[in-house]
Ligand binder design. Sequence first.
Ligand code: CUA
Length: 345
Amino acid sequence: MSPLLSDLHAAAGLLAQSSNQSALEPAGVQAARIHSLYWVFVWVCTVVWFVVMFFLLAAAARSHARGTARPKEERPDLAPDGARERRMGAVVGGAVAVTAVTLIVLMVSEFATARSLTSLARGTSDDNPVSIAVTAHQWWWEVQYQDKTPSNIITTANEIHIPVGRPVTIQLRSPDVIHSFWVPNLHGKKDIVPGHPATIWLRADRAGVFNGQCAEFCGHQHANMRFVVVAEPQAEFDKWLDAQRQPAPEPQTAMQQRGKQVFLGTSCAMCHSVSGTPAFGRVGPNLTHVAGRRLLAAGAVPNRPGHIAGWIIDPQKIKPGVRMPQHSLSPEDLRALLEYIETLK
Ligand code: CUA
């Protein structure tokens, strides 16, 4: 397949995935509650709109029939009439009451949904949840799986795997500006204010790859601050977790060896970590298993060799404003580096 065709394929794949970013197709218990609330609002507001339009048009038609353009003196309907005014007062009073009741119904259903979301969290709190710490950076997501055994703690980026049917607690923090964590298929938005860690609970009830997005404007590349949540059966999740806990494999070929030396010898290692090597930078994403991720640069491009090369050489072109600097590597060094990165599965 030509590079252009394969790029088109990748783009089509990304578009297809984007249908998995919808609050109208809940895949989790919290999203389902929010979805129900959404329909309450839609139906109530639709009925209100039709009622208002009906009376507005009826009033317009009536006033047209009466010929309101005529001078006041020829309009008997404008003469004071006590009975009529009492009737009008009752109608307006009734309309105010109906409006108040409607607003109260909406308010109560909103409160009830918010309460049920927090009680779902409490109800699941003792149920051995998966605990994940997510740090929002300009403009990517650092994802750390907590464990009682420190050596089992793993750090990855922009891709969150969770087991289906089990509660997941996500501790959110931001070291820079306000971001917002949002996976529409699984839960509502949660703002992340620097200095104010927040926690969100969710549970996926079916397997799938769900797209998430930063939902609070956080600078130049806010739109390219995406992530994916991969909900999978427990066995697959365990397999994934176990693979993530392994250090990066040793490069096998001479080219891969050279790539590793390029990685460690240039500025890559100053910002990125690869476990099992001396690279332990914390400024950018942990790259120990980067080749296994679906997307690159927090969803800016697909994770494919051509895009990785473009990203290394000139990240500003793909994501203007990003913290990653440009790199001028010789073509051989770049090829070796790409081959090494491909081993980081
Ligand atoms: Cu982070 Cu918008």
